[in-house]
Design a protein around this ligand. Structure first.
Ligand code: CAA
Length: 241
């Protein structure tokens, strides 16, 4: 049976690698995106994955997007809440907009999407929810009070929801990537990024595919007993207890 998977922010960076990984594993994949039509077109051409444009921070827009996907591909059994943005700056310069926007896109989105597929997963007795957090949600990062709060929020979200899904065959896990070679990380000032890479024992940035393979595993039937888990993938930059 071919299950349907949704990857939010699934047309670029880590999300694109996850979309490709799930497609290669035999899923029907829908890749959501927020604004970059060019990247979505390239994703569709390169991978054959169908792309859907809607704003994950808007509950009603998510509802309409999910209805379209389920109409095209069938019930969504796997959700990867990957969409996220950064808007870095020290706290003493952080605006209310800078706070709200990052919380809305990076944290509210997980509620907006998961809440609206949850009842279907419960009825069918199967589901996989995979939340993409960050090393910076685990350890905090100078200049990222908004992002670290949102990403830490995803860890609590996961731990609570896993307990609710357990008896219904739904697993809920969170993946915490370290610094991965994507546009988001490349946007960090070069000198700052160099100093960050110097703290990674493995000595390099991670690859998007190294996050994708973890997600494909968590989505699989084999991972049925893994739920509520925080999966750290960061080259030993931060070793969480
Ligand atoms: N620790 C301690 N102090 C620091 C610091 C750090 N990491 N970074 C900067 N500072 C200090 C500076 O030395 C400076 O001190 P002085 O005023 O005494 O000279 C002060 O903070 C202010 O620095 P700036 O004037 O450079 O401040 P800014 O307004 O330009 O903002 C910043 C700086 C945006 C925080 C910049 O340092 C930065 O981009 N840091 C990287 C943040 C980061 O790691 N983002 C990750 C993005 S990738 C991602 O998020 C993906 C993921 O999940 C891993």
């Amino acid at each position: 049976m071919s299950r349907t998977a949704l990857v939010t922010g699934g047309t670029r960076g880590i999300g694109l690698a996850i979309s490709k990984g799930l497609k290669a594993a035999g899923y029907k994949v829908a890749a959501n995106y927020g604004g970059n039509d060019e990247a979505a077109k390239a994703c569709e051409q390169e991978t054959g994955v169908k792309c859907y444009k809607f704003d994950v921070s808007d509950f009603d827009a998510v509802g309409a997007g999910l209805a379209q996907i389920e109409n095209d591909l069938g019930p969504i059994d796997v959700v990867v809440n990957n969409a996220g943005i950064t808007w870095d700056g020290p706290f003493h310069k952080m605006s209310a907009e800078q706070w709200r926007k990052v919380i809305a896109v990076d944290l509210d989105s997980a509620f907006n999407v998961t809440r609206q597929v949850w009842e279907g997963m419960r009825e069918r007795g199967f589901g996989r929810v995979i939340n993409i957090s960050s090393i910076n949600g685990q350890k905090g990062q100078f200049g990222q009070v908004n992002y670290s709060a949102a990403k830490a929020g995803l860890i609590g979200f996961t731990k609570a929801l896993a307990q609710e899904g357990a008896k219904k065959g739904i697993t809920v896990n969170v993946v915490c990537p370290g610094y991965i070679d994507t546009d988001m990380v490349r946007a960090v000032p070069e000198k700052v990024l160099e100093s960050i890479i110097a703290t990674v024992p493995v000595g390099r940035l991670g690859k998007a595919e190294e996050i994708a393979s973890m997600c494909t595993y968590l989505a699989s039937e084999d991972a049925a007993f893994i739920t509520g888990a925080t999966m750290t993938v960061n080259g030993a930059q931060y070793i969480a207890g």
